[in-house]
Design a protein around this ligand. Structure first.
Ligand SMILES: *[C@@H]1O[C@H](CO)[C@@H](O)[C@H](O)[C@H]1NC(C)=O
Ligand SMILES: *[C@@H]1O[C@H](CO)[C@@H](O)[C@H](O)[C@H]1NC(C)=O
Length: 256
């Protein structure tokens, strides 16, 4: 699973950041390949661009919304996020959206003008939750960064280098000023409100919602195979990853 994940991640990152290589006639960075008809043709990815434009326009209507209410140091949360949620999202991100709410079983008190938070796994966890909350507010690469943190031995110590890998232009001191300042405090309070608004109220974390709904059945299915759950909940046209185009995967090359 780890090796597969690494492969997927590498392919995915290459598709986002890879250099000018594949064909000598294409010198657009991959992020620009689909930005014009000309670059798409020159880079030999027209079909891919048309398809991805098509899935993108389709995503808003039908995409399955997966919510995760969690805490940065809860072992079960870390396992679910790194081995189930993130890999599923890499494969199915055209048909699913993810909302992360780091707060979980924390408590808050208003003291003066600021909220003071108490976390189940102590100060460290409050810091981890706050870093992840600020990242979610500051960069579109928050999910890969959070995946990187949660799969590291030390969630907190890895934060800066994880951010560096996935979002090199993000300044770490600006993240820390969010973490230590009023913005982070307000954002964490919003996480508290979102968590307290859960209906039914959460009894444990990781707590999963699908299209805003939590039931024991959905939770269990998400824990067993989020991939199957999202594919089965998706109402739009079948996508190849969900088995909509199986012929492609049955082609074999025999060694005669
Ligand atoms: C994809 O969509 C973008 C914006 O919607 C558009 O500018 C671009 O030309 C499209 N690319 C292709 C290859 O159709
Ligand atoms: C980030 O937080 C600020 C302050 O609460 C808010 O106005 C803004 O919409 C947030 N941005 C994102 C991308 O969440």
């Amino acid at each position: 699973m780890k090796a597969l994940l690494l492969l997927i991640l590498t392919v995915w990152l290459n598709s986002q950041y890879g250099g000018c290589s594949l064909s000598s006639s294409c010198c657009y960075p991959p992020s620009k390949w689909c930005s014009s008809l000309e670059s798409a043709i020159e880079c030999g990815v027209l079909k891919h661009c048309l398809q991805s434009n098509f899935t993108k326009s389709r995503q808003t209507d039908d995409s399955v919304q997966v919510g995760l209410y969690y805490e940065s140091l809860c072992p079960g949360c870390r396992l679910f996020l790194t081995e189930m949620l993130f890999p599923t999202w890499l494969l199915l991100k055209d048909i699913m959206s993810v909302t992360l709410v780091p707060y979980g079983n924390a408590q808050e008190k208003l003291i003066g003008q600021k909220y003071v938070f108490e976390c189940q796994h102590g100060e460290e966890e409050c810091l981890g939750n706050m870093i992840e909350t600020c990242l979610l507010n500051m960069t579109e690469m928050a999910f890969p960064i959070i995946f990187c943190m949660e799969s590291s031995t030390d969630v907190i110590k890895s934060a800066q280098s994880c951010a560096q890998i996935y979002s090199p232009q993000l300044r770490w001191d600006s993240v820390m000023s969010c973490v230590k300042g009023d913005v982070g405090n307000k954002l964490m309070h919003q996480n508290a409100l979102k968590t307290e608004a859960l209906n039914p109220p959460h009894e444990y974390v990781p707590w999963v919602t699908i299209n805003g709904v939590h039931t024991d059945d959905l939770q269990q299915k998400a824990m067993n195979s989020l991939f199957s759950l999202v594919c089965s909940m998706y109402k739009g046209p079948k996508i190849p990853a969900c088995g909509g185009n199986q012929k492609n995967y049955k082609n074999k090359c025999h060694n005669e």
